[in-house]
Design a binder for this molecule. Sequence first.
Ligand SMILES: NC(=O)c1ccc[n+]([C@@H]2O[C@H](COP(=O)([O-])OP(=O)(O)OC[C@H]3O[C@@H](n4cnc5c(N)ncnc54)[C@H](O)[C@@H]3O)[C@@H](O)[C@H]2O)c1
Length: 342
Amino acid sequence: MDRLRVGVVGLGGNGRAFVRGYELSDLCDLVAVCDLNPVRVDEAAAEVCGGPQKYTDLERMLDSANLDALSVHTPDHLHADPFIAGLQAGCHVLVEKPMGNTIADLERMTAAARASDRKTLVGHILRFNPIYAEVHRRCADGDLGDVFYLEADYFHDLKRQAEPERTNPFIGGVNWWLEHEKVIVGGGAHQFDLLRWYANAHAVEVTGYGNSIAFPEMKHPDCMCAVFKLASGAVAKVGAAYGVVGPRPEWMNLEVYGTKGTVRNAQLITGDHADPTIEDLGVEYSGHPFQPEIAHFLQSIIDDTPTLVDAFEGANSAAATIMACESIEADGKPMAVPYFQR
Ligand SMILES: NC(=O)c1ccc[n+]([C@@H]2O[C@H](COP(=O)([O-])OP(=O)(O)OC[C@H]3O[C@@H](n4cnc5c(N)ncnc54)[C@H](O)[C@@H]3O)[C@@H](O)[C@H]2O)c1
């Protein structure tokens, strides 16, 4: 098969990382880049050999660049329209996590995925991190027995997101991180997606609490904590906070408890509590594995194989965290979580 023709839309820090990633891949040619901001378009294009086509209008890029695949890196609350437009134009589509940050957007996006035969991949990059993939392998192989409780946190000092230069005149003059980001959706969905993957179950109900003490510039609470009831009967807890002092914990406090074993960060613990066997999972932590994620997306298209996190998987991870926010708004009232199926 010829190299795939890829276009990237949304050229902030994340989109630019993907521009560099596609540029390095042997499986594709990055033929077009798009942002509402023409300066970002020029800067991104300058990083690509051969000079990609440059666009400030996604519809025009989809009409004229003859793309096989579209990669969507717009802000969290602006994922739905480019994702749907890409599928409707016949492209395979990678969209950053969280897939959407409202249930209405997830409904529109999954409807578009259902109506399409193209591949979708939601950018839950932690699944491509060797240590987190190894924990999944151990869960799937039954080394932990029946999983009954899981927890992980997304704790970060992200107060720099209030910097005035982050206000984007091309999206209505807002700083989207302050106005639209929900910490348990934008950040915590990374962790919740892992926990759901390990438990092999979706969430059916969630209850949560939050506050706006540490980073009150955010419109939504900057500290959120939620407990999820999973369809398997397991219970999961995710904390997310952006006003943390100091570096984030390297392992994001991952704990998975099963009837035969426990995972605490990079260790698998089995045996008797008085004489446990502690196995180092032995896989190095690696930060943001964009390259394996990109390779997986492109190879899935070439081989016509399922992606690791398609639109329905991505929607189920996002939906539970969105409903956690609804519960937090309602002062802890339990909320049912919708389930998305192909
Ligand atoms: N996977 C990860 O680890 C990771 C890390 C960082 C960010 N992200 C995600 O990546 C996405 C982008 O984050 P960012 O920090 O780069 O944001 P950003 O705001 O810096 O960049 C987004 C860009 O999209 C452009 N844009 C918005 N709507 C557009 C449209 N309709 N057409 C063309 N361009 C449009 C904006 O002008 C902006 O330049 C977010 O969803 C974020 O959550 C993921």
